[in-house]
Design a protein around this ligand. Structure first.
Ligand code: ZN
Length: 424
């Protein structure tokens, strides 16, 4: 019996240098080909953007976001100059402070060929949300064929229902401008039920952070909460997974987000309806401006809630801004500039008319890749939203006046599919 050993040095997402150490018995006569890329590129399910950078790195390693009991298909075009490669999948595990990462092989898959595409199917049998990584194996080494038109789709095992938990932080109620919490929550539930029409919203709960059974004392009710200033975690992730309603979507309402012109924050494909990292969407009742702050109307808060929740369930902006794409690390931009729009057939985009202007829109602080925000741009900006055919879509990146917003059928189908993937 021969033993194959690999030791691979890799730069991972969090920017640390790590070693993958691994050995495999040769009973199966198959080399275990560990990822040797930076693992900066990744895919989450049911994202239809172009993702050319992920395609280019698939053979040497990209990450895949996977969830318990979900079934997945990874596919790409056949390159007739090469034999079909095997797809090897690895569970990626970080140590406690994310300074090291280990890869453990969980699958080695042969493709099915259909309509000129390689299709690899698998079920995720993890107990919790996980990150897997890839390699493509051919003749005991990395596949050298062209990988194009990559697609990662998934179907989940969970219900098409969810509840919303609106968490009020700080002195929200005394600072609201011309509406009450009751009116806001009624409108929020009504609009969610109207526009998230591919899924069912069971209940909207209202909770106050100061009444949290274990964390309440950290969230005083007598002063405004500024997300990104009042505590280190802009997302207030520890409030997600509220006791008793652990699997509701947690929408955290604070006085304001402490970045100029940002109405709301969420993580693209958060993947987490439970607790901890990625479990919250953040909204403000006020907007930080260059000269101070201003109140946000109830309509804008509700629309921002629906927009941010769209990101939470994996929807991209219909037209990308520079801030969406740019992923700078140590002076290098690893962003995938093929993703100028969401890739959906039924959402128009604004690239032809205004991309040069949209590309100039940058948030003041993008502190994590795939963090998405809804922004308001100044009246005197050269960018005119009204010129964009997607200005009436909920996932247009900036607020617009006098538009009735909606989701497209394809967007609603992504929301439904990804809801069933997120454990709840
Ligand atoms: Zn957004």
């Amino acid at each position: 019996m021969k033993i194959f050993c690999k030791k691979i040095r890799a730069l991972v997402l969090l920017g640390v240098i790590a070693l993958f150490d691994g050995c495999a018995d040769d009973d199966s006569q198959e080399v275990v080909l560990y990822p040797d890329s930076s693992l900066i590129q990744g895919l989450y399910p049911n994202d239809y953007a172009q993702n050319d950078s992920a395609a280019a790195n698939l053979a040497h390693g990209i990450t895949l976001s996977v969830h318990p009991k979900a079934t997945y298909q990874l596919s790409f075009d056949v390159d007739p100059s090469f034999e079909p490669p095997k797809l090897q999948l690895f569970r990626i595990v970080f140590n406690k402070d994310s300074t090291d990462v280990w890869a453990h092989m969980v699958r080695s898959l042969e493709p099915v060929v259909a309509n000129g595409r390689y299709i690899y199917s698998f079920v995720c049998e993890e107990n919790a949300n996980a990150i897997w990584a890839t390699s493509l194996l051919q003749d005991d080494t990395y596949y050298q064929g062209r990988v194009s038109n990559i697609r990662f789709t998934g179907d989940g095992a969970y219900s098409e229902n969810f509840s919303i938990n609106l968490i009020l932080v700080g002195n929200i109620e005394e600072e609201l401008d011309s509406f009450t919490v009751s009116e806001l929550s009624t409108s929020l539930l009504q609009e969610f039920r109207k526009h998230y029409s591919s899924v069912t919203i069971d209940t909207l709960y209202i909770n106050r952070a100061e009444e949290h059974p274990t964390l309440g004392s950290k969230y005083p009710a007598n002063k405004p909460w500024l997300a990104g200033y009042s505590s280190e975690d802009t997302f207030l992730s520890e409030l997600g997974g509220w006791p008793g309603i652990e699997n509701a979507l947690d929408i955290v309402l604070v006085h304001r987000i402490n970045n100029e012109n940002i109405l709301g924050y969420s993580k693209l494909f958060s993947g987490n309806l439970g607790k901890g990292y990625g479990s919250t969407v953040v909204l403000g009742t006020h907007l930080k401006t260059i000269i101070g702050e201003e109140p946000i109307s109830m309509k804008d808060i509700v629309e921002t809630g629906l927009h941010e929740t769209g990101h939470f369930f994996g929807l991209r902006h219909t037209t990308a801004t520079l801030a969406d794409i740019e992923t700078v690390y140590k002076g290098y931009d690893f962003g995938d500039y093929s993703n100028l729009e969401d890739g959906l057939d039924d959402t128009p985009n604004c690239n032809k008319t205004s991309i040069s202007s949209l590309k100039t829109i940058q948030s003041t602080d993008i502190f994590k890749p795939r963090t998405m925000q809804r922004i308001r741009i100044a009246d005197n900006s050269s960018f005119k939203a009204d010129n964009c055919p997607d200005a009436s879509n909920y996932m247009f990146p900036v607020t617009v006046q006098n538009q009735t917003l909606s989701f497209s059928p394809q967007q609603l189908e992504i929301i439904r599919k990804n809801l069933t993937i997120f454990p709840h």
